[in-house]
Design a protein around this ligand. Structure first.
Ligand SMILES: Nc1nc2c(ncn2[C@@H]2O[C@H](COP(=O)(O)OP(=O)(O)OP(=O)(O)O)[C@@H](O)[C@H]2O)c(=O)[nH]1
Ligand SMILES: C=C(OP(=O)(O)O)C(=O)O
Length: 231
């Protein structure tokens, strides 16, 4: 049963996933990368890629419709990684306009050109496909009476998933959960720990490790060794 007890709507929802250029992404995780690697810059890019890889793998294992990956990251656009992104027919790469997160998201939404559309951030390595399916179904129910629905992150401040109807402008960034709620989006209350646990600071690595991360993040050398203590 979807959130709120309403019957589940399992029609495929299209999704936008923005992925920032890896060397510039996830700067708040720099302490975790610096602590574990001979080459911290490369370790940092590997961590950002691992988080995105596991997020995208979970998305591709869900019943999502089309998937617009908005990025200018060469390790994604040249098809080197992650597995599936270069070959899955649902994936469409969209060039990042280079004007920040909301501009990247708008480019993805315009590219897909139909509503409702979901936006999922690419730092959810403990995401489970069934959580995403449940949340998307709950959002479809919520959109019968609201312009958008969202899943707040584990801190309550950010937004892990937004599902928007036509005309609803995404407002990602600091305190985006409150911004989305103030614009009329409904907060979904489902029990989706993997969906809600984004990785922003080193301590988040410990928390997602406890939940169970995907294989790319599990293979990252720093996980479980030096993540603790570098908050
Ligand atoms: N395509 C694209 N994705 C972005 C951009 N900014 C953030 N993202 C993605 O949005 C998600 C959440 O990013 P944040 O953690 O808020 O931002 P960040 O800049 O990567 O991290 P910090 O430097 O630690 O703030 C990640 O999956 C990023 O890859 C952007 O300008 N373009
Ligand atoms: C940009 C956001 O993510 P984060 O919490 O990763 O900064 C957001 O939640 O709007």
């Amino acid at each position: 049963m979807a959130d709120g007890g309403a019957p589940a709507d399992r029609r495929a929802t299209d999704l936008v996933v923005p992925v920032k250029e890896l060397v510039r992404a996830k700067t708040r995780l720099a302490a975790a990368s610096a602590a574990v690697a001979v080459d911290p810059r490369s370790a940092h890019a590997d961590l950002a890629l691992a988080l995105a890889t596991d997020t995208l793998a979970a998305v591709l294992a869900s019943s999502v419709g089309r998937l617009a990956v908005v990025t200018s990251e060469p390790r994604l656009t040249t098809g080197v990684a992650p597995p599936g992104v270069g070959t899955d027919p649902r994936v469409e790469l969209v060039a990042d306009p280079g004007r920040g997160l909301d501009a990247a998201i708008r480019a993805g939404i315009e590219h897909l050109g139909r509503f409702p559309v979901g936006v999922l951030l690419a730092d959810l390595p403990a995401l489970r496909p069934e959580e995403l399916d449940d949340a998307l179904a709950a959002a479809r129910v919520a959109l019968r009476t609201a312009p958008a629905a969202f899943v707040a992150d584990h801190t309550g401040e950010g937004t892990a998933l937004l599902v928007a109807g036509p005309g609803f402008a995404p407002r990602f960034g600091p305190r985006s959960a409150a911004a989305h709620a103030a614009a009329g989006a409904v907060a979904l209350g489902g029990d989706w720990p993997g969906l809600r646990h984004d990785v922003d600071v080193p301590g988040d690595l410990d928390e997602v490790r406890a939940l169970g991360v995907g294989p790319a993040t599990r293979a990252w050398p720093g996980l479980g060794t030096l993540a603790a203590g570098c908050r």
